[in-house]
Design a binder for this molecule. Structure first.
Ligand SMILES: Nc1ncnc2c1ncn2[C@@H]1O[C@H](COP(=O)(O)OP(=O)(O)OP(=O)(O)O)[C@@H](O)[C@H]1O
Ligand SMILES: O=C(O)C1=C[C@@H](O)[C@@H](O)[C@H](O)C1
Ligand SMILES: [Mg+2]
Length: 173
């Protein structure tokens, strides 16, 4: 079984994914880190060298490879479900959970971490809100195709973990 976590940059996929894998005794895979190890380049370096399209091709190829595995918690990249037919492949091969965090919280979390995220690294703090608002508007359509959506207001990471475990009970995991 694979549990995949999807959602915008900063929604907590990596943090929550790690905790969830530990709780379930599953392997934890963060797709961004897996890509970085596989190509021996950081995500930012792949964007610089091959452009965003070059990153998306490598991301798709790596997604297909990782979905062959079993007993994995898979934290996807923020854009993974949005390109090609990725969301359909994700849903066909895993239980997908969308971590839906509201705009102000996302902006707050990303302000000091934007340098490692090439799509927002060039933005000034006062441009982040508008950029993310538009980006979410375009992407929500894909995120909402996840099997489950978890609305996260002010829950800390252990509360988020408990809510995911409730979902997984329904799935008999
Ligand atoms: N439930 C939470 N409440 C408050 N802060 C959180 C919560 N979950 C994660 N964070 C914080 O938000 C930031 C982003 O989290 P994380 O790196 O897990 O997001 P991500 O979805 O993996 O982002 P990316 O797509 O860019 O890799 C981190 O600083 C993390 O500590
Ligand atoms: O939202 C996105 O498109 C991205 C999110 C990150 O996880 C990385 O996959 C990369 O920075 C692109
Ligand atoms: Mg992450």
């Amino acid at each position: 079984m694979i549990i995949s976590l999807i959602g915008y940059m900063g929604c907590g996929k990596s943090t929550t994914g790690k905790d969830l894998a530990k709780t379930l005794g599953y392997e934890f895979i963060d797709l961004d880190h897996y890509i970085e190890n596989k190509y021996e380049l950081s995500v930012s370096e792949i964007f610089d060298k091959f452009g965003e399209l070059g990153f998306r091709k490598r991301e798709k190829e790596t997604l297909l490879e990782v979905l062959q595995k079993t007993n994995v918690v898979l934290s996807l990249g923020g854009g993974t479900p949005v390109y090609y037919d990725n969301i359909d492949v994700i849903n066909a091969n895993s239980i997908s959970i969308f971590l839906r965090v509201q705009l102000p919280q996302l902006v707050k979390r990303l302000e000091n971490k934007k340098h490692t995220r090439p799509l927002i690294a060039h933005l000034k703090d006062d441009e982040l809100m508008e950029f993310i608002a538009k980006h979410l508007f375009e992407r929500n359509h894909f995120y909402q195709k996840a099997k489950y959506t978890l609305n996260i207001a002010n829950q800390n990471s252990s509360e988020v973990l408990n809510q995911i475990m409730e979902i997984l009970k329904k799935e008999k995991i």
